[in-house]
Write a protein that binds this ligand. Sequence first.
Ligand code: G6P
Ligand code: BGC
Ligand code: BGC
Length: 934
Amino acid sequence: MFGGQPPLWKFMDSIRSEGLQQGEEALSCPEEGLPRPSDSSELVQDCLQQFKVTVAQLQQIQASLLGSMEQALRGQASPVPAVRMLPTYVGSTPHGTEQGDFVVLELGATGASLRVLWVTLTGIEGHRVEPRSQEFVIPQDVMLGTGQQLFDFAAHCLSEFLDAQPVSKQGLQLGFSFSFPCHQTGLDRSTLISWTKGFRCSGVEGQDVVQLLRDAIQRQGAYNIDVVAVVNDTVGTMMGCELGARPCEVGLVVDTGTNVCYMEEARDVAVLDEDRGRVCVSVEWGSFSDDGALGPVLTTFDHTLDHESLNPGAQRFEKMIGGLYLGELVRLVLAHLTRRGVLFRGCPSPALLSQGSVLLEHVAEMEDPSAGAARVHAILQDLGLSPEASDVELVQRVCAAVCTRAAQLCAAALAAVLSRLQHSREQQTLQVAVATGGRVCERHPRFCSILQGTVMLLAPECDVSFIPSADGGGRGVAMVTAVAARLAAHRRLLEETLAPFRLNHDQLAAVQAQMREAMAKGLRGEASSLRMLPTYVRATPDGSERGDFLALDLGGTNFRVLLVRVTTCVQITSQIYSIPESVAQGSGQQLFDHIVDCIVDFQQKQGLSGQSLPLGFTFSFPCKQLGLDQGILLNWTKGFNASDCEGQDVVSLLREAITRRQAVELNVVAIVNDTVGTMMSCGYEDPRCEIGLIVGTGTNACYMEELRNVAGVPGDSGHMCINMEWGAFGDDGSLDTLSTCFDASVDQASINPGKQRFEKMISGMYLGEIVRHILLHLTSLGVLFRGQQTQRLQTRDIFKTKFLSEIESDSLALRQVRAILEDLGLPLTSDDTLMVLEVCQAVSQRAAQLCGAGVAAVAEKIRENRGLEELAVSVGVDGTLYKLHPHFSSLVAATVRELAPRCAVTFLQSEDGSGKGAALVTAVACRLAQSTRV
Ligand code: G6P
Ligand code: BGC
Ligand code: BGC
């Protein structure tokens, strides 16, 4: 019933050959000296008592195993952890959408047999196709022979099985279920650590078993088979579990041997060096042998069994639970009781004294209450014994004692795993399904019920359902194989999609060079996508400026009115006002009236009414300046679109609004771009700050250029700050080779198609939209969200750029990332979460690198202007994306180092916004005006 009996016992053969001699002594039936009935019941009592385990002992085992598991997860080497905790590279539980035909080869789960299956996955829930399978008995000489013999045998069985199937010889995908402790280094790479359960083929330990199988299949030469995945039987059991209401995240096997696997947080598995997602870990609890915990429950029979096994001292826990050992434990107890005259009137049989003669199937049958005394009698007779009625009853009690203990120990270990899960998930009540497999679980009459009852007792806070695996885990292995094949295909598609976002050095250097060319042309007044606008700011502050100034700051996330007091230091009082979209996109008059209303409100609140302070206006849009206080709006950007403003002098529009609102008097001294405001603000602290950079809603840069290079502004000496308006870089088509179809979609849907192409690849207003378009594409390919398009994802601007910053934050656990995405109504799996993260990373990395290429072009320009070998320069930076994104700033800096190695560029973040800079520009202007008046 359970296949061939393996050559499990090292002395078995010798006992069989020398059986007579050994047996002779033991076989002599003592006529005299049998114990009296009262003695015998004491003897029985003593013997069975040894198999009793108290709840306290079970709890101690549970705690001790949990400790060993956590120690092994942390990668702690000393003391050597009692369990291995081997990562399996299975990172997700099945979708239910897996489909295809797979060959499965199972080795090591079921005694001395090997199974080949043909599994068809339909991809439709509830629709199952029964697998076809064939079992092959592994000859004893193969089990103890060379590795090559074993794998050649496996390849031979594969061919024999496939010959009988109506299948093609090409392109078959195989999942290899190999149920021994292995170090996996990938889904298809697995090194055997040590044999267990009666296998001992030479030359396999320390080798990659997938490679050994591939070599053997190749030697066989009959079929072209791709070994896609290798799994432990526990993993196959977990993965084959029917999709139910709760996730099946534990796989338990009690067969010839025993083991468990479960889904662990990858960040807690030290050897993986991975901080995201989950990974299935094979506990390999068979090797658990903590002396402190197991010592009190080990019986003299356990010691004898271990001593006589193929691997003394190893797999001590397995030897109390695994099906390979239960029969032997029963035999040792029966032989002992017989020797003491309590059973079979003291007469053993040669079989009773031979290792391995009592099989798991015997124990299961004899313990089964429905089997009846006659069946037990028959089994004992087959073992050459002459049982009486009392013998039958006692043998049943022995079987029950051995199996009950096995189920209880197994439960204590499972409770440890559940505690671990509960702890790592930080859940009060853990709801989980455990898939169970193996012949002890499946066919032993009471094992599962004792197991379940004891688990409830030991882990009352866990709500566990047990789901028996339908077909010995073969389906699960096919699932892993399908998942492995699907993941590989999805990864290829993801990589293909993201490849255009991954810019190499040459591409970035080309962007830098194009930028330099466009700068030069713009400065000369030739056609260029870079306007290179003179700002009439000629000097950074020198510290002698004094006075109170008003400042306005329009064009970023917030509209602000500020009072800036410049003494020996700068003091700022400010208030944020909202600009409703209807105003930003209404009429110019409305917009400027609204601005003046805000100023009046601010003045009233600050007690400034009636005072005519000098005012600096940060206006963060492209303006052609004809002087410090004159700026003609060239075009709106960033979602502003108020009518009748383009082509107008913004300062005049503001003054007209002031006049309309007769109650105020304002003295508008300067109009300043936010890049300039930022540069000036940082320049107040650091005189080397000669570049201003904004990466926020929009993006732009300014820098101090030699006046002689600036066409259209008189004068040959000194400097002038140039507002590059680099957001428009590439509007002449020069960036088209880098632009992806996603950039095109974002551009097309914007209010200014064809405009601000560089900005649309970099700034906060657009990155979320780029990500959204990529996600839509990956969903249409079936790579994400199981191919289901959601209404939410179709909604424009649903994916805010701040999500990129949040999602990419190192301090967030993946589950928090998932929560952000779930808030968007996206139906996520953990693979999806990782992929979305990768998409965000690719998009923001490209943005930062493009920005870095721009800064490198500017720094190099300044260095060359000044004929310097090396330049040390600072960049004043502002903008929500730059400031909030966890990696943006360091990526920009790294790119600048790479592309402008002769420039030492320091980045200074502006803390006070560019309003302070606008006030400083105003202060400088007032100082200069005063000094000319004097
Ligand atoms: C600074 C300025 C704003 C500017 C902003 C850019 O703080 O004061 O005028 O536009 O940075 O950042 P944002 O992310 O708000 O667009
Ligand atoms: C092996 C495990 C396996 C278990 C159940 C143990 O001997 O070491 O890898 O999962 O048996 O088959
Ligand atoms: C504007 C620039 C501004 C930048 C950053 C762009 O859209 O055209 O003038 O500096 O955004 O706010």
